[in-house]
Write a protein that binds this ligand. Structure first.
Ligand code: SER
Length: 883
């Protein structure tokens, strides 16, 4: 027996030998196609090569492409489990020629591979061609296929189209006859839907392009696009007609049987088949970041999940089953698809969460369903109202209700269901109050009613293609927009619309005919509104558009938003559990966080918060996103906005490992309900620095902060400022010795001035008349007691008085704080008659001193008390009187 992996490599190797480049599978969520919900065939990633828009350095390629067919043009969901050949997820083996070889090579390649490399019995093969494709008919004939085994088909079964638009062309298909023990007829016969003749390979001759307006034109190049379901060829080679009998699917069915304890092959086998198939499609979608939701791709995912979960329930499972099968899936497919290994935990957790949520209403829904359907018999329909109630109240997607009634041949009134849905929308519309920030109200509801809501791709990608659904200028829809302001609505977008404090994205929208720059993105009525300015040419509704979010700006916003979550938890740990978010702004250049707290933060608190956030950044752990009910989220410790209304389910963002054992739940540092975009790893934030805290309103503080490059720039600017201050200080310090010297000189000059002033003061303002001057024995005597002068000053003063009197004797006594200093002077003409020393000897005993010393013209001394100064002066006069 040949395993699936062997068959895959045999195929790739065969075409490699034929000069084909082996190209990796592209994602399930197409980035390059505005109209496709999921990658539904191998050619999707090459679409633009067929139309000549894109060129690569190879003209031949071979792939094994993961595909999902559960929505849009190629939707196999309803058949899964009930036929032997339908799957929602499969791998498509394909070879491609881009304007290189055409029919005459493609047909022989396929034939050789099937009949030689795979060794399939030629007599079991038959082919179809498009009814007027004689060329293909002749090629098959030439290769040896009998004419009665080449069937002409006139329907679009043999004219392949990827979707409503895009490259297309006639095709030839190869069928395998599994034998008359299985019911079914050859293609084109009334029994063709049976499982006896199974299409294994479709070879498309790409030669046309289909446009939205219904026209189809020939392409410049003739190309080849082929697709062979790996599971179909594998089951055939492994001796079965059922894709559920391959080694891989048997392993998954075995896991389902183990988990539920129900025989894998008995009359319950259909449930195992549904579970095995749906496990693959849901896990691969989750691995690519699609999350269950009520819109777009997320809703298709939910429909598949819930369908599987109902089948698990039918197997009697009492507890959630799907997540328990993930390890087996990873075991089987992880080697070929590493994304399964990487996202294993997220896949299991998302499946578990969804199954838990669905189980809460499943029993009641099923009871309602059986009550409503009890009176119905085969061919009758369940009312649209009942189907809508199941949808709206019990979370039963319409196709799940249809699936549940299928066994009994009961249909569902889908028109009635649509009418009930429309009525509910009308109610919502009546109750709606717009934000008033974008063009007026009703227009958005009109657009949402016609086209549905916008699918947001921006958690996973920043560039994608979308289809322009509507253009609004001055509050009204327009068919096209040339230079100027316009609001653009697309079916899907990577642009984040402002909400939860995170600003809207900006960027570029480009179509074949024009270009617009997006200056903001907002949300109204489930639509993402791109507020734009057409800068070149014109943009038209219906066009495919390239959507490019400003990457650098979004990167900064992401870092700031994730840092806000870390800051929130850091504040709770530093200040206490009363800290709750009161508002936030996550802009590209900064973040702002308002929170309840009564007083300003101390510098130590701020520094701790900053250090804690940076520690979480350096931890560089992955940021995890989950979908759950608000109650479950709160139970796990998630921070929610007080007073905020949340839907049935919320997005929960967790980050950081709580090494301290604290954090949101003792293990994870931060857990918050949040619809915003975040970094992949905390390390992507780079760095975090606060700009301080301030009061926002009473009881509410505000912290502004920076991350990444902005934080770095800020720190460098601070550093620069400090360096400048230091330089200025240094320059000043260099002056200090000179300035000190100047000050000292100034001080000296001032001291001299003071002494001079004192002397002048002592001399009675410079005039000297006030000094007591008498004549004794024809000699002029001048004696005086002075305050405010020191003993040192006396000789100079005596000299000045001597100059003043010209001829005479001068005695000055200074009162130096109660003590006395004394100086006596005799002018030169009198020193032979009187000695200053003698006078001093007469004076000092009166002052409590003992004589003094000096020369005949000048002598100095002192005493313990100035009290008897007058007696001392009298003693001096006495010396003159007794001459
Ligand atoms: N595109 C064609 C198909 O999907 C052949 O690959 O069948």
């Amino acid at each position: 027996m040949t395993s699936l992996a062997d068959i895959r490599s045999t195929f790739l190797d065969y075409y490699k030998r034929q000069g084909h480049q082996v190209v990796a599978s592209s994602p399930l969520v197409p980035r390059n196609d505005p109209t496709l919900m999921f990658t539904n065939s191998g050619m999707v990633q090459f679409k633009n090569l067929f139309t000549g828009l894109e060129h690569r350095d190879y003209k031949r390629a071979v792939t094994s492409q993961k595909c999902v067919r559960a929505g849009g043009k190629h939707n196999d969901l309803d058949n899964v489990g009930y036929t032997a050949r339908h799957l929602t997820f499969f791998e498509m083996l394909g070879n491609f020629s881009f304007g290189d070889y055409f029919k005459e090579d493609a047909i022989p390649f396929a034939w050789e591979l099937l009949t030689k490399d795979f060794g399939i019995d030629k007599s079991r093969l038959l082919t179809t061609v498009y009814h007027n494709d004689d060329e293909a008919f002749d090629l098959w004939k030439k290769i040896g296929v009998p004419e009665d085994r080449i069937i002409r088909i006139a329907t679009d079964d043999n004219f392949w189209q990827m979707g409503p638009t895009g490259p297309c062309g006639p095709c030839t298909e190869i069928f395998f006859d599994h034998g008359d023990h299985i019911w079914g007829g050859p293609p084109g016969s009334p029994e063709e839907d049976g499982d006896r003749f199974i299409e294994i390979w479709n070879v498309v001759f790409m030669q046309n392009e289909q446009f939205a307006d219904g026209t189809m034109t020939p392409l410049d190049m003739q190309s080849i696009d082929t697709g062979m379901g790996l599971e179909r060829i594998a089951s055939l080679l492994q001796g079965s007609n059922s894709v559920y009998e391959t080694d891989l699917m048997r392993a998954l069915i075995g896991a389902s049987a183990n988990a539920t304890g129900v025989d894998p092959d008995g009359d319950q086998a259909v449930h195992h088949r549904v579970i095995a198939d749906h496990l693959r499609s849901t896990s691969f979608l989750i691995a690519e970041g699609v999350m269950p939701s009520n819109e777009g791709r997320g809703y298709v995912l939910r429909r598949i999940m819930r369908r599987a979960m109902r089948h698990a329930h039918l197997l009697g499972a009492k507890d959630p089953v799907m997540h328990r099968l993930v390890p087996e899936l990873v075991q089987q497919m992880g080697a070929a698809y590493p994304e399964l290994v990487e996202r294993k935990a997220t896949i299991a957790e998302t499946l578990l969460g969804e199954e838990e949520r669905f189980r809460q209403t499943l029993d009641r829904g099923l009871k309602l369903l059986s009550d409503e359907a009890s009176g119905l018999s085969e061919g009758q329909s369940l009312s649209g109202d009942a189907a809508f109630k199941l949808y709206d109240t019990y979370g039963f997607p319409l196709d799940l209700t249809q699936d549940a009634l299928r066994d009994r041949g009961i249909l569902v009134d889908t028109d009635g269901f649509d009418a009930a849905m429309a009525q509910q929308k009308a109610k919502a519309r009546a109750a709606w109050v717009g934000t008033g920030e974008t063009a007026d109200a009703a227009v958005w509801f009109d657009i949402a009613d016609t086209h549905g809501t916008t699918d947001f791709l921006g958690y996973e990608t920043e560039t994608a293609e979308g289809q322009v659904l509507a253009l609004v200028a001055d509050g009204a829809q327009v068919a096209k927009a040339a230079k100027g302001k316009v609001q653009i609505v697309l079916n899907q977008t990577p642009f984040y619309a402002e909400s939860g404090g995170q600003v809207g994205d900006t960027g570029l929208i480009r179509t074949d005919t024009g270009q617009a720059s997006v200056t903001d993105t907002r949300k109204e009525a489930g639509l993402f509104i791109h507020i734009a300015e057409v800068s070149e040419g014109e943009i038209k509704t219906g066009q495919g558009a390239e959507l490019i979010v400003d990457h650098a700006r979004r990167t900064d916003i992401r870092a700031n938003h994730s840092a806000t979550h870390l800051l929130h938890e850091a504040l709770r740990e530093a200040l206490g559990d009363h800290v709750a978010q009161r508002g936030s702004l996550n802009a590209p250049d900064r973040l702002r966080f308002d929170f309840s707290h009564g007083k300003g933060l101390s510098l130590a608190e701020l520094r701790k918060v900053e250090a804690d956030v940076n520690a979480m950044i350096r931890q560089n752990t992955p940021v995890e996103t989950r979908i759950m009910t608000p109650d479950d989220a709160r139970a796990m410790g998630a921070q929610a906005l007080f007073g905020e209304k949340y839907g049935d389910e919320v997005r929960v963002v967790s980050m950081g490992r709580a090494d301290t054992g604290k954090g949101a739940d003792g293990q994870t540092y931060s857990i918050e309900l949040c619809g915003g975009t975040h970094v992949r790893q905390t390390g992507d934030i780079g760095a975090f620095v606060t700009l301080g805290d301030s009061a926002s309103s009473s009881g509410v503080r505000r912290i502004e902060a920076l991350t990444g490059q902005a934080a770095m720039d800020y720190l460098q600017a601070q550093d620069h400022r400090l360096a400048q201050v230091a330089l200025a200080l240094k320059a000043q310090a260099a002056d200090v010795p000179d300035r000190v010297k100047a000050l000292l000189d100034e001080r000296k000059a001032l001291a001299n001035e003071v002494a001079q002033l004192r002397r002048e003061l002592a001399m009675g303002g410079g005039a000297g008349e006030s000094a007591a001057q008498v004549e004794i024995n024809g000699i002029c005597f001048m004696g005086q007691v002075m305050t405010g002068v020191s003993g040192k000053d006396l000789p100079a003063l005596v000299d000045q008085f001597k100059d003043k009197v010209g001829s005479g004797v001068v005695v000055l006594i200074a009162d130096t704080g109660g003590r006395a200093a004394v100086a006596a002077g005799v002018t030169g003409d009198l020193t032979d008659r009187i000695s200053a020393v003698d006078i001093l000897r007469a004076v000092t005993p009166e002052l409590g001193g003992k004589g003094g010393g000096g020369r005949p013209d000048m002598a100095q001394g002192g005493g313990a008390s100035v009290e008897n100064a007058d007696a001392a002066l009298a003693a001096a006069k006495q010396v003159l009187e007794t001459l």
